[in-house]
Design a binder for this molecule. Sequence first.
Ligand code: 5GP
Length: 347
Amino acid sequence: FVCYRFRFTQELHAHLNGSLSEDTLRDLFMENPDLKSDERIKSLISSFLLKSRSLEECFKKFEIAHAVTVTPAAVKRATKDVISDFAADGVAYLELRTTPRSVPGIMSKSEYVQAVVDTIKDVQAFNSSDKFIIVKLLLSINRQESPIEAEENVRKAIEANAAYPDIVVGVDLSGNPKYGDVVRNILPLLTEARKSGLKVVLHCAEIPNENEVEEMLKFNADRLGHGTCVHPSYGGSEKLWRLLLDSKTPLEVCLTSNVKCKTVETYENHHLRHLLQLQHPFAISTDDKGVFSTSLSKEFELAAKTFNLSSLELCNCVAMAINASFASTDEKNELMSKLSAFKIERG
Ligand code: 5GP
């Protein structure tokens, strides 16, 4: 059987606004009277889908999605569509992450977060045995923004976790890796978040940065995004690679994103090959399925074809992602038993 088309995958690294499909972007654009006459945004939407660009150009793409998600109603619609897209692709457990955003006079950061949480609650209320998806939320800190914004987002995450502990489960550090003094300004805030019970994930080593990566690895995050420039062959060092392996921290691996942003040259050369060889835990993920024109099943297919993975090995990838997820113990048990039933059914 073709395992990457099965129905119980786990998506652990998906940015909400980077995951909007072109259809959702167009609909949101058409529904907003202020934007409908904006030819610039219209033409930008056609260029949302990314071919192969530099990391810098990848970050420009998010401005397009941000331009159409400026009201709580638009944020709700965007969240609902993204969850439906993942569910239709066979994702049974989804961790979305998003940066709380305010739009002066229209939407506060609290309203933004509330719109996403309310949509997740609504979607999960309709879960049934044949239509089933568990959705969690991580709130992101954009390292390009000021330390004041970072502190505000951590505070929002702590408040949201207190109000919705089953939904808002963690914080994420993301944004353009060229900017921000993470070690000085952000890691102390994330220590506070961790103390209040939130999980912490860090985008780590997307570009070489020995000192920052070392501090991130020593921070012992619950998971790390990408982890590209840790291995000595990719601009890291033996010391960083050893720290990563010893920590056993799972990596969120986004093949298409890394190759399209040119932080990795080819699929064959992706650092996933080292993780597979050394059995270091990882979770195959999409990153920004809208920007990179991908889906989780496409990422599984790519991994299978590039690294010659058997069906059983792909099932092991799913099990690894369940273990690395922020689902509750009951939810993990339920996902594992669905995976086992699937394996028995398909032989
Ligand atoms: P949002 O947080 O608005 O829902 O999703 C888009 C944001 O996620 C971007 O503005 C950026 O801060 C972050 N993001 C998306 N993809 C990446 C990535 O590959 N690397 C990093 N470091 N940040 C990303």
